[in-house]
Design a protein around this ligand. Structure first.
Ligand code: FES
Ligand code: FES
Length: 219
């Protein structure tokens, strides 16, 4: 490698490490890394940015997703040493403008599109990447963008409900409408069960407890 200013120089020091300057969330960050160190480790262990999660470590779950020049990548499979010329964005770097949250983050929050949230930053960044390249995606585009993301809690219905806010209404499929309707019915059923449980308990109490006792009379 040459020492031209425009050329990345990755010469290991005596410990076998390389010195890198990464552009992360709009800031130049100097880090020391092994030549083969995944970007995920550098983000989490060196830069203390813990929004990207370590899941499978082999490019299957998407928990480690970050943006590299606006495209979603698995940071567990991306070498930090190859990112010196790139703009890296993690969930911590999403710009909500005057609001704290980006519109995608806000939609996930309103739809409660998570349980443990381990997968959430990956899903959000996958959707952010899609919207960067296609501001008006179809539902199929969203599903394709989520094809590398796994939610072990099974919050897919809520995740899709949040994501569909960014899809033109006419492209929502019958399958999604059915999913939404199933989720609403389940919530209504649970509320009805709760209310009927309360009234059954009230009837049993009426039968078991004499009226005077309930009124605080005979004890
Ligand atoms: S941890 Fe990177 S894809 Fe699973
Ligand atoms: S909310 Fe737990 S893994 Fe998705």
């Amino acid at each position: 490698m040459s020492n031209d200013e425009d050329t990345l120089v990755l010469l290991p020091d005596e410990d076998g490490d390389v010195q890198l300057t990464l552009n992360v969330n709009g800031h130049q960050r100097k880090v020391t890394a092994r030549p083969t160190q995944p970007l995920l480790e550098v983000l989490r262990d060196e830069l203390r940015l813990h929004g990207a999660r370590s899941g499978c470590g082999v490019g299957i779950c998407g928990a480690c997703t970050v943006l590299r020049d606006g495209a979603a990548v698995n940071s567990c499979l991306t070498l930090a040493g190859l990112c010196a010329d790139a703009e890296i964005t993690t969930i911590e770097g999403l710009d909500g403008g005057e609001d704290d949250l980006s519109p995608v983050q806000d939609a996930f929050l309103r739809h409660r599109a998570f349980q443990c949230s381990y997968c959430t930053s990956g899903f959000i960044l996958a959707l952010e990447a899609l919207l960067l390249r296609n501001p008006r995606p179809t539902e199929k585009d969203v599903r394709d963008a989520f094809s590398g993301q796994v939610c072990r809690c099974g919050s897919y219905t809520q995740i899709m409900a949040a994501a569909l806010e960014f899809v033109a209404g006419e492209s929502v499929t019958e399958e999604s409408a059915a999913l939404e309707s199933t989720a609403e019915s389940a919530a209504e059923e649970a509320a009805a069960r709760e209310s009927s449980g309360a009234s059954v308990a009230g009837s049993i109490a009426d039968e078991l407890v004499p009226g005077d006792a309930k009124a605080g009379g005979d004890q």
